[in-house]
Design a binder for this molecule. Structure first.
Ligand SMILES: [Mg+2]
Length: 253
């Protein structure tokens, strides 16, 4: 049975929000040859290209961006697959409950973290990315918040409170400093029903991610795959772990 491979990006193929290591990029590029590989990321398509580079992305069979809320598939056109083009297959819209953004503003105001930058939420395709430290934060500011959050578990608390209040939304801790918010079920796991429903009957599907534990943005997809006889999920702590993983079965088949 052929295996199809799915990879998260941040913390799995690259450090969070950073470009792929150049040596690993070469190894990954060689590894992909002859395999069917997809990206399943919380980031936008543009950011994925920025992080992985065009040469890696062009070797993918498809890219699920924004938590699987937008899907681009690659088609080989022209002779011998020499020319390929990307097609938009589907795109979801995020439906915000009444007063939702005002509520996010008040969560920011009420946070006791004092070194905040601006731009606390960003609407992406089918989701909202929310952070207390702010999207305008510098890397040192992000790092400082990540340390604070590791101690105080602020994001966990926010997720708990907002989940109770908004039953039509799902909240997960994503990336190093943010929370991803989407309409129920529009998380990474949606890609199975939307794209791999038939494929998984005849192929194995292996997913690699760094946020597989409950509450993480890889959890729903990992759970769905682990419940299926042909599915599997592999947790890594960094891209270096992924580099090692690619040298072991089933990644060597
Ligand atoms: Mg990740």
């Amino acid at each position: 049975m052929k295996t199809i491979y799915l990879f998260d990006v941040d913390g799995t193929l690259t450090p969070a929000k950073t470009r792929i290591d150049s040596n690993f990029s070469n190894d990954l590029s060689t590894w992909i040859e002859g395999k069917e590989v997809y990206i399943v990321s919380g980031g936008s398509y543009e950011r994925i290209i920025d992080q992985l580079g065009v040469s890696i992305v062009d070797k993918m069979a498809g890219v699920f961006a924004c938590m699987g809320n937008i899907f681009y598939q690659k088609y080989d056109s022209g002779q011998h697959g020499q020319y390929s083009e990307w097609k938009l297959i589907y795109e979801n819209k995020f439906k915000a409950p009444r007063g939702f953004y005002k509520q996010l503003d008040s969560v920011v105001r009420e946070s006791s973290y004092d070194s905040k930058a601006i731009h606390h939420y960003e609407e992406r395709v089918g989701m909202v990315n929310f952070s207390i430290v702010g999207r305008a934060a510098t890397q040192p500011q992000r790092k400082a918040y990540a340390d604070y959050d590791a101690m105080e578990k602020e994001r966990e608390q926010i997720v708990k409170v907002l989940s109770k209040r908004y039953k039509s939304l799902d909240f997960v801790i994503g990336g190093a400093v943010s929370i991803d918010i989407f309409n129920n079920g529009n998380d990474k796991s949606q890609i199975i029903d939307k794209h791999f429903k038939d494929t998984i009957k005849t192929h194995k599907i292996a997913f690699v991610g760094d946020r597989i534990p409950a509450g993480g943005n890889d959890y729903a997809l990992a759970e769905k795959l682990r419940k299926h006889p042909n599915g599997g999920a592999y947790e890594v702590g960094s891209w270096q772990d992924t580099a090692k993983l690619l040298k072991t079965p089933p990644f060597t088949s």
